[in-house]
Design a protein around this ligand. Sequence first.
Ligand code: NOJ
Length: 519
Amino acid sequence: MTQDAPWWKSGIIYQIYPRSFQDSTGSGMGDLNGITSRLPHVADLGADAIWISPIYPSPMKDGGYDISDYTGIEPLFGTLDDFDRLTDEAHRLGLKVLLDFVPAHSSDEHPWFQDSRSARDSGKRDWYIWHDAAPDGGPPNNWISEFGGPAWTWDDTTGQYYLHIYAREQPALNWRNPDVADAMLKAMETWYERGVDGFRVDAVEHLTPDARLRDNPTNPDWHPKDGPARSLFRTFTSHQADLFAHVRAMRSVAEKHGRKLLVGEAYGNLDEVMLYYGANLDGFQLPFNFELINAPWHPRGIADFIDRYEAVIPPGGWPNWVLGNHDRDRIATRVGNGQSRVAKMLLLTLRGTPTMWQGDEIGMLNEAVPDHMLQDPWAINNPGTGIGRDPVRVPLPWDDTHGRGFTTGQPFLPLSTVPSVAEQDGDPASMLSFVRALIALRRAEPALSFGSYERLHADNGVLAYARTAEGKRLAVALNFTDAPQPLPVRGKVLLSTIHDRDLAAVDELRPDEGVILEP
Ligand code: NOJ
């Protein structure tokens, strides 16, 4: 298994949000040359791949997830030459490069949509999803945009509504039109030919919303804090049967270009997520598993989920785990600083490929964002609710100079309040030093990346499990509480979340402590 395994099975993926990683021009927003200059940070951390959120031309109505040219580079971020340099440098440092592919919608400024909306008989009309008004003049059905409000916008020029599962500036592409599918697969090929090693595929559950446009049922358990979109079940907008043929087509293009990696973003229950592996493992190699983001922070509940997840992964399929991303509250904000080390130990010792979100390695927190700086359409459309993703997207603090080493200009979002990379770099007790040590241990021990998983213990305070490979067994014991807890498995302790711990004298778990040991 360890010999012939593809890189991503033992690999660690590090997500970069280009706007907030590193600015190289003083514009206040990150860019490609900035990313290139900071790649050594990612390599030193011990990651194997970067996934870069969208870098294509975009009016930036949804942070680049509204694309107006699938094969270009957004001028704010740089040029294709800059991109080639970034890829070369990443490869030189041993890092794979994954781009973000956003198939379900384009920008309303994409020439395809401009053409489509120009006339009912436009050659591109059917590239998007247009429909007559309901008899009362309202939208064709009850679907709600993920960002709030109807999922349909009226277009005066041609007198019909168009569908947008997200912002109105993100019209849904019609994947039932084979020309759309062809054009999108060609865009993927263009990037493979340029040297990228795979894609994270965005919002794929929305690729083929119900052709009959049936109403989504109401969710009786809805709470307003979950945002308007959750007031309906997504019965007819998500995971529709005919999208999986497109997933398979993406995979065959990936295979044709040398077994490239596809990581799929599809929010759903376990059964739904499993569909994306493909009936013959011919779908995504890694359909994202978001449970560590969604689950209450409780050892028994998480242990039960791990068992359920391990049990349903199809034979030959490979697990994966995610602790945070640009859409969800920061882990250190969700569980607190102490637990955030425990969370990282969990992420990096479970069986499966971990994806790390930029800045979690230094314990970044959600930061307050004043109204006048809001960027996120979700926040802008839902004022006063506290909904929004800007707080998790503030720039990485690299050092303690003006602009915290991120920019020499005015940052597009407020700066972070946590100690910088430079400050943590020299501090053996820092979060950064801990994460580096954790990853180094994971890389040194095949049991931690390839090993089998076995639950050893789970109660209200502690989760413990064993990982075994090549005849070597390691155990992980995690205290999910801020009180001391009994250590359910004894052995030689290799690493603790607590920096100055005497590893020879661990006989209980201290508050917020996790350990890796050799029983
Ligand atoms: C999921 C992305 O992660 C999110 O940031 C974006 O707003 C939506 N998809 C729409 O593309």
